[in-house]
Design a protein around this ligand. Sequence first.
Ligand SMILES: Nc1nc2c(ncn2[C@@H]2O[C@H](COP(=O)(O)OP(=O)(O)OP(=O)(O)O)[C@@H](O)[C@H]2O)c(=O)[nH]1
Length: 867
Amino acid sequence: MAKTRVFELAKELRVSHKELMDTMASLGIYTRSHMSVLENGEVIKIRNYYRHLRRAAKAAAQAAIQSATETEGAPGPATHVGETNVQPAAPQPVLPQERPEEGGATAELKQVPVPEQQEVVLREKAEGVAKAEAVVEEKPSAPPERSREVAKIAKASPGKPEVAPITSSRVEKVEKIDKPEKGEKVRPRGRERREKERKGKVTPLDTARPLRKRAESKPLRIPKPPELGTKETQEKRRERPGKIEAKARERIRDRFLEEEREEERLVWREKPRPKVKEQPEPPRVVPHVVLSGPLTVQELAKKLNKTAAEVIKKLMSLGVMATINQELDVDTAAIAAQELGAEVEIKIERPITELPDIPDDPATLKPRPPVVTVMGHVDHGKTSLLDAIRHTNVTATEAGGITQHIGAYQVTVNGRKITFLDTPGHEAFTAMRARGAQVTDIAVLVVAADDGVMPQTVEAINHAKAANVPIIVAINKIDKPDANPERIKQQLTEYELVPEEWGGDTIMVPVSALKKQGLEQLLEMILLVADLQELKANPDRPARGVVIEAKLDRGRGPVATVLVQKGTLKVGDTLVAGSVYGRVRAMLDDRGNRVQEAPPSTPVEILGLNDVPEAGDIFQVVEDEKLARQVAEERLIEKRQKELQVAAKTSLDEIFKQMEAGQLKELKVILKADVQGSVEALRNSLERLSNEEVKVNIIHSGVGAITETDVMLAAASKAIIIGFQVRPDANARKAAEGTGVEIRLYRVIYEVLDDIKAAMVGLLEPEKREVFLGRAEVRATFKVPKVGTVAGCYVSEGKIVNRALVRLIRDGVVIYEGRIASLKRFKDDVREVAQGFECGIGLEKFNDIKEGDIIEAYTIEEIRREL
Ligand SMILES: Nc1nc2c(ncn2[C@@H]2O[C@H](COP(=O)(O)OP(=O)(O)OP(=O)(O)O)[C@@H](O)[C@H]2O)c(=O)[nH]1
């Protein structure tokens, strides 16, 4: 924007720069010289002021003319008054023209010629108007009534000038009004005047208001109208914005400045605030927090972009007392973060603990040897049979390896192999199954021919059936004179094992483990069943199988017997077995021979694992050793967490609950006391509390405070801690809170003993005893719809109690055992009926009551046992 200098603005406003500078000073704008550059705001302010000034002058002039017209009175011919002509055709002064380039900033006031005499009056009038306008901008111009009046006159006298010429009498009159002489009646004002006007006592005087003394004393000088046609004068006039008396000017300026200030105030009030309001509220930045696992308070604070103190404070409000380095679990951290206004995303990356099995293309499958488990009742000859088979099928050259017991072995029959699992019994079989290892293809059920089907035989049958494993029955000990295989077959039919010769599909082979009879036939039958099953596996893939047995060998380190189920295990393979991993350093077969490869269904002992795996663990060969380690480590963490979870339940209450549930019959105690004497005394006293059912096992005892190590031992062993005259240290207390181990503190020995005794008593199975209540004879029976049969009875002995346990005896035989469903006397339900009274008895879920039956009521009392 172009700069405006003082003299330029003076030129524009048609005032001298000196005058402009004076004006500027009065407006609070100070400049050094007429060459000074003005600010835009200053220029606008000055222009506004001049515009204001001119408007006031114009209004004053206009009002003066109108007032003069009115003063003249009735319309008359438009004649010359005095020296000057009033232009009838243009009674209004020519309005100042706004210069378009100034945007109306300045206006030119063109004065209408006014007769000399009129000037005084006009001046007075105009002064009043100008003053009125300058002070309060209520009536910017002549009152409308006056305009209307003038218009009416003009209408009534067409062709006549609208403004009546001002006569001398009129001037006098006006002067009289303005300056009342002594004794003259002063024209009423205000309310009084309005009242009188209404009553018609005075003539309405619209423009009378300016005739106040104050206004009179400060007359506003109206610029003298220039003589028409005098160009020089006109030019001269044009140069000045309007000649106004200094004081009036001051008032105008003050008003202008006041307006300016008001405007500024408004602008200030409106502008800055809307700026804040108008601006769209910045979107609330909600921190997005991704939680991938437990983290410390400090780490959480960092994620939230907050101070640790803020996080700790929030945690405190949530009831969690945490220090800056304390680890928070994901849930706690998530709640705290949400409370602190964050958007929480829990993204726990599940570690790889599962290695998916590779599905095999059926075309790659090749027959594999069957895996056999031997089951049966105790002493029916399982071990003998396994040994007999092994010995029978071991050639002389392999004799050296016979002593190798690795948990499984293979025998060769007619050039085909059969794998036997060396751990007989269905318990081991089911334990494997429970761990997800379905190892067995065929179950050989050993039943001693001289003994018959026994409870564990039945269990074995059920377990094999549940596993959908075909059963081959080996009827053992046929060498015994009292052996009766046919009886065995007969008994087995009850369990849906029907021999083939009887039309069934169960192969039954009579054998003698002792005499090694029937073994070959048994093995052939195993192969036959295997063929029927079409046991196949893909040998050309990374091996996968099950750990059968594992141990830590002093010389060789961790040793595991694994059964390869799929693929071929090779020396040098990297594998993961449960939570252990390693590279197969060496492989030995069931005879102790080193082998390089182990195809499907082959049991081998492997060396090279980092730790001892558990029986039942699935092993899998992986190409990447790093992956193997990672998976194993993750599984180990998982396992430890599970153990910890179990340990977390090691509170005394939990131990007692487990004991009550029969899961635990041993109370493990860690005993800490102040002196050795107390330790010994307590140890002896506590151990003496042991009985056949519940044993107090003090796994650790010592002198001194309860330490964190004590708590960890208790957590791992599911033990409780008894502190006598000692207290846990801070770490122990924290550890106990974390693991859930309960610490019991005592000061008196007998309190310890009483507590433990009471707890153990609770663990003892209470003795149950039947208590006879009464007997009733059934004398009649009634069939009641929706209820069933009700017996009309007579209580012959004791009492019959509602809901009591009863047995129904008919001819000395117990027909029913259950409860009384309803007991009534006449139509009312009663709680009990005493001897000698009649009653109605309904039995729970039993309607076959007959006349002459005896109903015996009894109750079971539990007698708490004492130690
Ligand atoms: N006469 C005779 N005795 C046998 C035969 N088989 C096993 N026995 C005997 O039966 C007894 C039990 O044999 P085990 O092989 O130990 O029986 P088990 O089923 O393995 O027994 P647990 O391991 O206790 O379940 C032993 O004394 C054997 O000598 C047999 O075929 N004939």
